[in-house]
Design a protein around this ligand. Structure first.
Ligand code: G
Ligand code: MN
Length: 293
């Protein structure tokens, strides 16, 4: 009996050790996979494989093209194009996002500088993770890229993505203000889905909010009251609003009724490679079909 218990205890201890070793092996394997994936992404950023595609931003009641949002794509050497869903998470976790954002900014400023010769009022929105806000030279780095391309900050919108909004609101506000003073507009991206959104609206110097596509998809129901309230609050604060993810004509009409005229979405255009975006800049105006008020 006592012997049996001993063996059981030994077996159990052995199983525990084995279990721990298995956990450790899984952990090491995961680290190795992540490490490889991170190295690949770092190489892709340095090698120019991360490029912007451009989704049109437009005024729905007139169909006029206002500008574009630069959206990262991974163009593999094979020609295959990957959407950000597959690599932005890794970029955020690994810290590579700050390099990635600046690479997208650099290229989009080069494209914008050509397009401004055709349309001097065209705007470009560039996404930045909140992680940049803890880097004191971020504002200077952003400005250097616009200057190098010969683009005026007045044509550039800086979008702060929801994934990593600032933890130090005071120093972040200073950086954002220094960008604003040079002429950049600051926008809160994916607005309405995060935790301390309304607080940021009060504490940070912002020029506009991009209403998350979740609300566009839900228009015609309970989302209407939220969109109306957000638009009204933005208007009272003197901020712009853009609604993202308009995919249906009835959503466009409803958004207009609720006070949102500036939009992005598949109803008008998917994100486009630079050459196709340039075709739109060259097209007769208005570029899109207007939605009646
Ligand atoms: O292009 P798509 O709609 O699949 O993009 C999904 C999301 O990925 C965007 O809404 C945006 O939040 C994020 N994203 C795309 N490009 C960039 C980028 O250059 N930088 C950062 N930080 N996020 C991006
Ligand atoms: Mn965005």
């Amino acid at each position: 009996m006592a012997r049996g218990t001993d063996i059981e205890a030994v077996l159990r201890a052995f199983a525990d050790v084995l279990g721990d070793q298995l956990d450790l092996m899984h952990h090491i394997r995961r680290l190795r996979v992540d490490g490889t994936a991170t190295d690949d992404l770092a190489r892709a950023i340095d090698g120019g494989e991360i490029i912007p595609w451009y989704q049109p931003v437009l005024r729905m009641t007139t169909g006029d093209l206002i500008g574009f949002e630069a959206l990262a794509r991974w163009q593999r050497p094979t020609g295959q194009i990957e959407r950000p869903g597959s690599f932005i998470g890794l970029a955020e976790e690994s810290g590579l996002i700050t390099h990635l954002d600046l690479a997208v900014m650099a290229q989009s400023m080069q494209d914008l500088s050509r397009w401004l010769e055709l349309r001097p009022d065209l705007r470009m929105s560039v996404n930045f993770s909140g992680r940049h806000l803890s880097n004191p030279s971020w504002a200077d780095e952003v400005h250097a890229l616009a200057e190098r391309a010969g683009v005026s900050p007045d044509n550039v919108d800086i979008e702060l993505t929801e994934t990593a909004r600032p933890d130090n609101v005071t120093s972040s506000a200073e950086q954002l203000r220094s960008l604003q003073e040079r002429g950049y507009a600051i926008w809160l991206d994916d607005f309405g889905t995060g935790w301390s959104e309304l607080q940021h609206l009060v504490q940070l110097p912002v020029d506009g909010v991009k209403i998350d596509r979740f609300f566009a998809e839900a228009l015609g129901g309970r989302a209407d009251a939220v969109v109306r309230a957000l638009t009204k609050a933005a208007e009272e604060l003197g901020l712009g609003t853009t609604i993202e993810g308009i995919s249906q004509p009835e959503h466009a009409r409803r958004a207009i009724d609720l006070g949102c005229d500036i939009a992005q979405g598949f109803l008008y255009s998917r994100p486009l490679p630079a050459a196709a975006a340039e075709q739109l800049v060259r097209s007769p105006r208005p570029v899109f079909r207007a939605t009646a008020r």
